[in-house]
Design a protein around this ligand. Structure first.
Ligand SMILES: Nc1ncnc2c1ncn2[C@@H]1O[C@H](COP(=O)(O)OP(=O)(O)O)[C@@H](O)[C@H]1O
Ligand SMILES: [Mg+2]
Length: 440
């Protein structure tokens, strides 16, 4: 700033000196006013000349050297030159950054597409989008995404916008063997990012794991049945010292059989996307659950069954029974003698229904709750083994419920007990016919 001000002061001083000198000469020759007017005109012409030069130089733009001179116009010229140079440098930096980001997005192994949110047209895509989705440049720029990815159900998916759940395990339009996961990321009001990831390897591994578990379980079934059969035939009367050993062998072989059965159930559930819907009369099912609880408890607990719903469920009778029965057997097995178990079926506020199994047992520490439905996850391995558990019961229950679009809610307090509630939506519920009501 000081240099600009001094340039302006210098210019003013020069003008003043010029006028004083012109005035003095005018006085000397006896014509001060014409002389002053001449000097003023000269100064004005000089300023006009400098202004013209400045304009020409600005038009010529790219000049390597900083302009010289010490007048106010030179100073303005220098300032403009400097800000132009700054702007050019900034533009270069921004362009470099933009190029770097584009190069990074283009090099990503996942297909990345920028979409216009309103028209759902493709604005940009990277190289992987060509490989995974078959998009071609420049043909597909500005094309409608729904048209381009025709076999995939993207049009409907895009209409859910911000709430669109990722689409998993989709076949690629280029090659059905390539399996894709599609995610929609709305990153601004006008633009969406669509990311497609190649999960073929992951899916193959997942299939291999599923097949492996199913095959091993299946192969173990026959030898186990044989061992089990022979163990049943052995009678410890002749050698009573064998009695406890035989008892333990039977118990363990039963546990192994249960483990194999549970693994097979899980494999079967995993292989299914949906279950056949049939009507599931709840009154007989609740009665069966009550009987199973009694049999397992051997009168060690107080067991109550309440049926307040007056509705039945749509779903798979066999799988629902297995899910509920896992919850009931847990309640019995993780509740000490003298405790109570309450099985209750009721309507919920949203028009659906809830089956809950409440016990007054050991309870589950809050830290374990988020992982409790994972396979083989137990709070206490020894207690689970002792009670004949396989660690798969809750995983099975959760799987069955998710195939019914239902959810499992767990509330538990250590030392006071737990409540496992299965929440079914209104679409899974229908009113019992009067005949069924009369029976119950
Ligand atoms: N009603 C319950 N009360 C206390 N703990 C429970 C209850 N139900 C399940 N659990 C805990 O959750 C774990 C997992 O249950 P589950 O999947 O049925 O396997 P398990 O075969 O061990 O019963 C159990 O080992 C136990 O620690
Ligand atoms: Mg269990």
């Amino acid at each position: 700033m000081p240099s600009e001000r001094s340039a302006w002061l210098r210019s003013l001083a020069r003008l003043a000196v010029l006028l004083v000198v012109a005035g003095a000469i005018g006085l000397a020759i006896g014509r001060p006013w014409p002389m002053l007017a001449l000097a003023s005109l000269g100064a004005l012409a000089w300023q006009q000349w400098k202004l013209r030069n400045l304009l020409l130089q600005l038009l010529a733009r790219r000049r390597a050297d900083l302009p010289g001179g010490s007048g106010v116009w030179d100073e303005i010229d220098r300032l403009l030159h400097r800000s132009q140079a700054d702007m050019r440098a900034q533009k270069r930096r921004l362009l470099d950054m933009l190029r770097a980001y584009r190069a990074a997005a283009a090099a990503l192994p996942d297909a990345v597409l920028v979409l216009d949110r309103n028209s759902q047209r493709i604005l940009w895509f990277n190289d992987a989008a060509t490989r995974l989705l078959g998009l071609r440049y420049p043909r597909d720029i500005d094309a409608s995404l729904g048209d381009r990815l025709q076999p995939l159900p993207v049009a409907h998916w895009l209409s859910s916008g911000r709430n669109a759940e990722p689409l998993s395990d989709m076949p690629s339009p280029v090659d059905p063997d390539i399996r894709l996961n599609l995610r929609l990321i709305p990153y601004s009001d006008e633009l969406w990012l669509l990311v497609a990831r190649d999960v073929s390897k992951l899916m193959r591994l997942e299939h291999m794991r599923r097949d492996f578990v199913a095959n091993v379980s299946h192969e173990l079934r026959t030898p186990l049945t044989v061992v089990h059969g022979y163990l049943d035939m052995l009678d410890p009367v002749e050698q009573p010292e064998w009695a406890p050993i035989l008892h333990e062998m039977r118990r363990q072989s039963q546990r192994m059989t249960q483990l194999v059965e549970d693994l097979l159930t899980l494999s079967r559930l995993e292989a299914q996307d949906a279950l056949a819907d049939e009507s599931v009369p709840m009154a007989p099912l609740l009665a069966t659950l009550g009987r199973e609880a009694q049999a397992l408890s051997q009168n060690r607990h107080v067991i109550t069954v309440e049926d307040d719903a007056q509705v039945d469920l749509w779903g798979s009778q066999r799988e629902l029974h297995s899910a509920f029965s896992n919850l009931v057997s847990n309640a019995v097995r993780y509740t000490p003698e003298g405790g109570s178990i309450d099985i209750r079926f009721a309507r919920d506020a949203g028009g659906g229904a809830v089956l809950s199994v409440q016990d007054s047992g050991y309870g589950i520490p809050a830290a374990h709750l988020p992982r409790i439905t994972e396979r083989f996850y137990r709070v206490s391995t020894s207690r689970s083994r002792e009670s004949g558990g396989t660690g798969l019961g809750l995983a099975i229950a959760k799987h069955v419920l998710s195939l019914h679009q239902a959810r499992l809610e767990i509330a538990s307090e250590v030392g006071r007990g737990s409540r496992f509630s299965c929440h079914f939506g209104p679409e899974r519920v229908y009113l019992r016919s009067p005949r069924d009501l009369a029976i119950t």
